[in-house]
Design a protein around this ligand. Structure first.
Ligand code: PLP
Length: 452
C-alpha cells in the first residue's frame, strides 16, 4: 500500500490522464443526480476485503459515479453560488494532494503558509484592511463566519463587555450560516429590517437599538453584515454599519463570502465603503475567485484577537503555541488543515491579479446582459436591480410548481442547472453568474425556454 512500484506508476498515469482529460473537457458535462438504488445497482459494493485494484476503482468512478456528480464549472450552472476554478488552481490542487502537508502550524508548513499569507494579504488589501491584518483559509464561508463571530464574542467577553447571554445584530437577509454560527455558540440573534433593497444600514441598526431594552443592549457584542447577500447579491451599507459599530463600540463582522470578489472592480468600490473598518472579514476564493473547493478566507483586523480566542491548548501543542509563530490553527475553528489556500495562491501567481479583475468583469458583463434580456422579454420581470452577479426575476403567470418543473426539465435535458428562490415571500427564479465562460447565447437559450 505504501510502495510506489510498477502498478502504482501505472495507476498514477491513469489518474493523471483522467484528471487532464477532465480539466481539458470542452464542453464540460453538467451531469445530474441519481437515486441511492441506481447508484448501488451500478457496481454493487466497492469496498471489499481484497480490494478492487486502483484501475477498477477509477473506472467505476469515471464511468459510473462521476456521471451522477455535477460539475459546478459548467457555464450554465447558475444555482446557489457555483465556482469555476482556473486551470492553474485546479492543477495545483493535485500538487497539494501529492505533498501531504499539515497546514496547522508554522513549524510544519512554513513555506506553504508563507504563500497562503501572500494570497491572504492580497484579499486583505482588496478590502483596504490595515497592514498587520491576517487570518487563515478555512473550509468555507460558514466556517469563516463561525470563527469571526466567536473571535468577536471572546474579545468582548474578555473585556467584560457582555452582561449575560451574548447577542448579535444582523440583517434578515444574512446568510444562513450566521444563524447557524449563533446556534452553535448560543448567541442570541436580533434581526434587523433592511432598507427597501434589504440593505442593513446605520439607520436601521439605530432604530433596532432604540427598541432594545437596556439589559438586551448590554448583551450585544457585534454586528454581522453582508457584502453580497446570497439571495440577491445586495451589499449592506457598510459605512453605516461601521459608524454604528464605532458609536457603540461593537465588533464589526463582514461576510463577503460570495460578494467580496466585487472589490476587484474599481467601478464597484463605492458599494463597499466602510469594509476597511471591519474587525473580521470573510471572502471565499471558492465562490467568485476561481479556486477549487474548499477555500474560504477569514481575515482579522487584529489577528491576536483570533489567536486568543482560537488557539487550542494541549500539552503536545505547548511548544508550538509558545513560539507565537504564524500558526493557521490559531486563527479559526480547526486544528488539522489542508493548505487549501495554495491552489488559489498558485493561480494568482500564475495569471496575476489583473486577470482576476478582468475575469470578474466578464461575469458582471454577462449579468448586465441577462438583466437587459429579462427587461426586454415581456414574460419576465426583474425583481430587484442587481448590484453584483445575481439576477432575481419572475416569470409572469408562474407559481412555485412551474419554477420547480422548469428547473427539473432543464437539468434532465442537460440544458442548465438553476434553482428557484423566494424573494419577499414570492417564488421566483435566481441566476448567479461566476463563470467567465458563460456566454450571451447561454443566457438566451435558457431564457427562451421560459417563453412557453
Ligand atoms: C454570503 C455567504 N456567506 C456564507 C456562505 C457559506 O459559505 P460556504 O458554503 O462556503 O460555507 C455563503 C454560501 O453561499 C454565502 O453566499
Amino acid at each position: 500500500m505504501h510502495e510506489f512500484g510498477e502498478s502504482e506508476k501505472k495507476l498514477a498515469n491513469s489518474i493523471i490522464e483522467y484528471s487532464l482529460k477532465r480539466i481539458a473537457m470542452d464542453p464540460i458535462p453538467l451531469d445530474g443526480p441519481a437515486t441511492p438504488q441506481e447508484l448501488h445497482d451500478l457496481y454493487g459494493p466497492n469496498i471489499t476485503e481484497k480490494g478492487l485494484g486502483g484501475e477498477e476503482a477509477l473506472k467505476r468512478f469515471a464511468d459510473g459515479y462521476a456521471l451522477a456528480t455535477m460539475s459546478t464549472d459548467h457555464p450554465r450552472f447558475w444555482a446557489f453560488v457555483p465556482v469555476a476554478p482556473t486551470k492553474a488552481a485546479t492543477l495545483f490542487d493535485l500538487v497539494v494532494s501529492a505533498s501531504c502537508i499539515s497546514g496547522s502550524t508554522w513549524i510544519e508548513a512554513a513555506g506553504a503558509v508563507y504563500l497562503e499569507n501572500e494570497a491572504l494579504a492580497w484579499l486583505s488589501s482588496l478590502a483596504g484592511m490595515p497592514q498587520g491584518a491576517g487570518g487563515t483559509f478555512v473550509s468555507g464561508g460558514s466556517a469563516g463566519n463561525l470563527s469571526g463571530l466567536v473571535t468577536g464574542r471572546e474579545k468582548y467577553r474578555r473585556l467584560g463587555r457582555i452582561q449575560g447571554r451574548p447577542a448579535l445584530l444582523t440583517s434578515r437577509d444574512a446568510h444562513s450560516s450566521v444563524a447557524m454560527a449563533a446556534r452553535i455558540t448560543d448567541i442570541e440573534v436580533f434581526l434587523v429590517d433592511g432598507d427597501e433593497k434589504g440593505k442593513l444600514t446605520g439607520e436601521a441598526l439605530r432604530q433596532k437599538w432604540a427598541e432594545l431594552s437596556e439589559p438586551d443592549r448590554a448583551r450585544v457584542f457585534g454586528v454581522a453584515s453582508t457584502a453580497g447577500v446570497t439571495n440577491t447579491g445586495i451589499v449592506d451599507n457598510l459605512a453605516g454599519v461601521a459608524e454604528f459599530c464605532t458609536e457603540h463600540d461593537l465588533w464589526m463582522h463582514v461576510d463577503g463570502a460570495y460578494g467580496g470578489a466585487g472589490l476587484t472592480q474599481p467601478e464597484l468600490r463605492d458599494l463597499y465603503k466602510g469594509i476597511e473598518r471591519a474587525d473580521s472579514f470573510v471572502i471565499d476564493p471558492h465562490k467568485w475567485l476561481f479556486a477549487p473547493f474548499d477555500c474560504a478566507a477569514i481575515i482579522y483586523r487584529d489577528p491576536t484577537d483570533a489567536e486568543r480566542a482560537m488557539t487550542q491548548e494541549a500539552a503536545y501543542l505547548d511548544d508550538v503555541n509558545k513560539e507565537r509563530d504564524w500558526n493557521p490553527a490559531s486563527f479559526a475553528y480547526h486544528l488539522s488543515r489542508r493548505v487549501r489556500g495554495l491552489p488559489f495562491w498558485f493561480s494568482l501567481a500564475t495569471y496575476g491579479t489583473d486577470a482576476y479583475r478582468d475575469a470578474i468583469a466578464e461575469t458582471l458583463k454577462i449579468t448586465r446582459y441577462c438583466t437587459d434580456q429579462v427587461r426586454q422579454r415581456p414574460y419576465l420581470e426583474l425583481a430587484i436591480e442587481p448590484e453584483l452577479s445575481v439576477v432575481v426575476f419572475r416569470r409572469s403567470g408562474w407559481s412555485d410548481g412551474d419554477y420547480v418543473a422548469w428547473s427539473e426539465k432543464l437539468l434532465k435535458e442537460q440544458v442548465a442547472f438553476v434553482q428557484p428562490t423566494t424573494y419577499r415571500g414570492e417564488r421566483m427564479m435566481r441566476f448567479c453568474f461566476v463563470n467567465p465562460r458563460t456566454t450571451e447565447q447561454d443566457v438566451n437559450e435558457v431564457l427562451d425556454t421560459m417563453a412557453d
